[in-house]
Design a protein around this ligand. Structure first.
Ligand code: ZN
Length: 79
């Protein structure tokens, strides 16, 4: 019977640990979403002040220098 109770104890501990980590994970997700939102707003406002445009060699349209791509599917900058 000792083996059974030890398994039961470990199982209960595993469930408690699982619930604990689940709550921590959800809390971290919520905090991460808030932080991402702030960073996105900061990035958006900084992009407004500094907009470097470069010409795409293929379609000859001007796109943002930091990873911007034009509407063409075969655009080398979009890859
Ligand atoms: Zn292009």
């Amino acid at each position: 019977m000792f083996g059974f109770s030890l398994t039961k104890l470990l199982f209960t501990a595993a469930i408690i640990a699982g619930v604990w980590y689940a709550f921590k994970f959800v809390g971290r997700l919520n905090a991460g979403e808030k932080d991402d939102g702030k960073e996105k707003v900061k990035a958006r406002s900084s992009k407004k002040s500094v907009e470097d445009l470069v010409q795409c060699p293929v379609c000859e349209t001007f796109v943002q220098a930091d990873g911007g791509a034009c509407d063409r599917a075969d655009c080398p900058r979009g890859a």
